[in-house]
Write a protein that binds this ligand. Structure first.
Ligand code: ADP
Length: 409
């Protein structure tokens, strides 16, 4: 790779369209950076912000202009992304538009947002097998948009970036040097979400932002990170999105001997991917659903067991992460489950009572909070907060830091 870089500069204040692709969802938003020039980023309001379930075509608008009221998702991920992007282009025919994509894995190379060119794309494609649920669909959206407009600028912002400078003691595996040299290490993910949480803390609670924090991102994918004075120290996700806390369909922490056993038993790579990414976790344990809401509503003992397992292992990971900071001053819950489920927060925190954490039941309310930050601990105990993450805004803000890397000769 040619290492010479230059900052992506923009004098025209473009419209930025953000793309956050999950295994079953795409979240898209758009921001007019011209309107945002003089205001603090947290005061930016998106032109639109929508979360689309690709299977059900259900869409949840967090911001919806009237002009998009008749817009409907298409049959495929790429068609849906192209269709909504086209509407933005039609609405702003004279404006420059920049696309910013959440790319979960930046590997060893990328720890700041980069403009995607052929070289960058080739490097990102190489990382696809490590994150099969997220990397390939995100890159397929880039390719689909490039097919309709070759001049569009696409920027990749990475979930691994927030963790890039973690101390070696917490980013290494005890593996032979040859494997470590190939890039087999603990990367950590959900970095855009952790950045969003830190931005809110720095704005509303700057003293807390400098303390020893444990941030629990509990959504379809779950990870928990120890953040000391704003820096990632240790995280439950490692090389891939499989480790740590059990998730909707992924197992979380697993003895690597299980993988050897599966190979010995004749499982193919495809079967193992299917089992570990799509059939394990809450779904595997309960055999009912991967969705916490379904499990909470069920009387089936398997649903209860899955939820208790989830909460217990999340608590175990939280306690373990404290070693990297020699303690913890505040625990923060975010993402779908962490933001909205009072009962799951309670089930986790009950198991951390011996470390001085305890909830105030009156403050620990169910559902989406309507304040930027909600403190939910009892007065004499360690601080616990609920904070809404905002990966879309973090993506949009990546514009300012994005760099261009020259294409290989
Ligand atoms: P993603 O990781 O896809 O971005 P989210 O952070 O939106 O996902 O989290 C989605 C998950 O959050 C769902 O699978 C569901 O289990 C959980 N969830 C959403 N709302 C609630 C709720 N009110 N109570 C409990 N769990 C919820």
């Amino acid at each position: 790779m040619n290492d010479s870089v230059m900052r992506h500069t923009d004098s025209t204040h473009p419209i930025v369209v953000t793309f956050n692709v999950g295994s079953a969802t795409i979240k898209m938003a758009a921001y007019d950076t011209a309107k945002a020039v003089d205001s603090s980023p947290l005061a930016w309001s998106p032109l639109f912000d929508v979360n689309i379930n690709l299977k059900t075509k259900n869409k949840v608008w967090h911001a919806m202009p009237q002009s998009l009221a008749d817009w409907e998702p298409q049959d495929s991920l790429t068609d849906t992304a192209v269709s909504l992007f086209t509407r933005v282009k039609q609405t702003f025919p004279a404006r420059e538009i920049v696309c910013i994509h959440r790319v979960v894995h930046g590997g060893k190379r990328y720890h700041v947002p980069v403009v995607i060119n052929e070289t960058v794309m080739a490097h990102l494609v190489e990382l696809s097998p490590i994150c099969p649920l997220h990397q390939p669909p995100a890159l397929s959206v880039v390719n689909a948009l490039q097919a309709i407009d070759t001049k569009l600028v696409h920027i990749a912002a990475f979930d691994t970036a927030f963790h890039y400078h973690r101390p070696e003691i917490w980013s290494s595996y005890a593996l032979p040097k040859s494997l470590r040299d190939q890039g087999v290490r603990c990367y950590g993910f959900h970095g855009l979400s952790y950045q969003a949480i830190m931005r809110k803390l720095e704005t509303y609670l700057p003293k807390i932002a400098k303390k020893r924090l444990i941030i629990a991102h509990l959504g379809s994918g779950c990870s928990i990170t120890a953040v000391d004075n704003g820096e990632s120290k240790d995280s439950t996700f490692g090389f891939s999105g499989l480790d740590g806390v059990p998730m909707g369909t992924r197992p979380g922490h697993l003895d690597s001997g299980v993988i050897l056993y599966m190979v010995e038993q004749g499982w193919t790579l495809e079967q193992m991917n299917q089992c570990l990414y799509k059939e394990s976790g809450l779904l595997g344990l309960s055999e009912i659903s991967n969705d916490v809401r379904d499990l909470l509503a069920s009387d089936d003992p398997r649903a209860k067991f899955a939820l208790v397992y989830f909460a217990t292992h999340a608590a175990k990971e939280i306690a373990s992460l404290m070693v990297s900071m020699k303690g913890c001053d505040a625990l923060i819950f975010t993402a779908g489950i962490g933001e909205q489920s009072a009962i799951i927060r309670q089930m986790i925190v009950e198991q951390l009572d011996f470390l001085g954490f305890s909830l105030d039941a009156d403050k620990n309310i169910d559902g989406r909070i309507d304040v930027p930050i909600l403190r939910i601990n009892s007065d004499d105990d360690k601080q616990i907060y609920v904070i809404l993450t905002d990966e879309q805004l973090e993506l949009a803000l990546s514009l300012e830091h994005a760099i261009t890397i020259e294409t290989d000769a």
